[in-house]
Ligand binder design. Structure first.
Ligand SMILES: NC(=O)C1=CN([C@@H]2O[C@H](COP(=O)(O)OP(=O)(O)OC[C@H]3O[C@@H](n4cnc5c(N)ncnc54)[C@H](OP(=O)(O)O)[C@@H]3O)[C@@H](O)[C@H]2O)C=CC1
Ligand SMILES: O=C(CO)COP(=O)(O)O
Length: 316
């Protein structure tokens, strides 16, 4: 294949395995790494043009520092598909990769991508975002197929935060469905959840419009409406009376929203950003409130205008 690339995928979990298949379908030479094997051989023998990380948030920094110890071609592109935030530093995965490899292009891949559906060959779309347009376009070509439509976007911060912040709202959506609160409640929750995502995103330097695209609203809808989502499952099972430890132990894979929620509360406190839904999810995960009390606390907040920053000329 003339445009075939050497692609190393780090993390042989649900998402890494699915992305490896998508890249292989297009004739790329794909090498999937799980931490049971030595990374050295894969990196040294294959001269990767693209290194994609689908590692859970908790492993990103360690894996990035292992990769740092190997010589790489200067044009090697890093792609990150992790949806999480690092505790304490509050870094996003792409910030960790960019800090470890300051001279390499970094691309964020994120969208409404429940891996089980993609693995069944169902149609799906995603976004690849980077400050480096050429790098984003290269990654777009690697993964685009008749079943996986890949868009480029110049706002990596917004794309990455969309995929990360929606996980907390998906926990809340699972609670909403687990309590059988109805379609009106779910619509209100998801819409106000998007408002929280935009508020945090803008504060962290994202472009607002990005949150209304695939990686924001798109992923929010997919994750808040699917029992395939691990984050949704956390909320649903908590609403049905299970303990958090019990839910996490039985979950197939990682629910990043649990840790993301804790990190978001730190960010919101430092920057005085109001995020009431996230705050109730946080208190629920910490065992400080029951689902019903969290609901009442949200419904009984002070009444207020719908939008924080409606255009001045449109106000009364
Ligand atoms: N599944 C999905 O539908 C999607 C997932 N994502 C995101 O992708 C990321 C991975 O998700 P997913 O594949 O589903 O999760 P899984 O739990 O299935 O896999 C997690 C992966 O991370 C690796 N890992 C975990 N901790 C460490 C560590 N300390 N050091 C090295 N490797 C580690 C695991 O390795 P090992 O197997 O050796 O434990 C495994 O390869 C998450 O951030 C998730 O939000 C994004 C889009 C879709
Ligand atoms: O990010 C995802 C879909 O886009 C996967 O969601 P979960 O991690 O909640 O399963």
């Amino acid at each position: 294949m003339p445009n075939s690339k050497s692609v190393v995928i780090l993390g042989a979990g649900a998402w890494g395995t699915t992305l490896a298949k998508l890249a292989a379908i297009n004739g790329n030479q794909v090498h999937l790494w799980s931490r049971q094997e030595p990374l050295e051989k894969i990196l040294e023998n294959n001269n990767p043009q693209i290194i994609l990380s689908a590692i859970s948030m908790k492993g990103v920094r360690d894996v990035a520092s292992i990769v740092q110890s190997f010589p790489l071609a200067p044009q090697t592109i890093f792609v990150t598909a992790t949806k999480g935030l690092e505790p304490h530093t509050t870094y996003t995965p792409s910030q960790i990769w960019q800090a470890a490899f300051p001279n390499h292009p970094v691309v964020v891949l994120s969208g409404p991508n429940l891996s089980q559906e993609i693995a069944q060959d169902l149609p799906s779309a995603t976004v690849v975002a980077s400050k480096n347009a050429n790098a984003a376009q290269s990654v777009q070509l690697v993964f685009s197929s008749h079943r996986f439509r890949v868009y480029t976007n110049p706002d990596p911060v917004g794309v990455e935060l969309g995929g990360t912040l929606k996980n907390v709202i998906a926990i809340a959506a699972g609670i909403c469905d687990g309590l059988h609160l109805g379609t009106n409640a779910k619509a209100a929750l998801v819409t106000r959840g998007l408002t929280e995502m935009v508020r945090i995103g803008k504060n962290l330097g994202a472009i607002t419009e990005t949150f209304y695209g695939l990686s924001g609203l798109g992923d929010l809808l997919a994750t808040c409406n699917s029992p395939l989502s691990r984050n949704y499952q956390v909320g649903y099972q908590l609403a049905n009376g299970k303990m958090l430890e019990e839910v996490l132990a039985s979950l197939p894979g990682t629910a990043e929203g649990v840790n993301t929620c804790r990190v978001l509360m730190e960010i919101a406190k430092q920057r005085s950003i109001p995020i009431p839904i996230t705050e109730q999810v946080y208190q629920l995960l910490a065992g400080q409130v029951t689902p019903r009390v969290a609901l009442d606390k949200l419904m009984l907040r002070n009444i207020k205008p719908e939008f924080d920053d409606f255009p001045r000329e449109q106000m009364w």
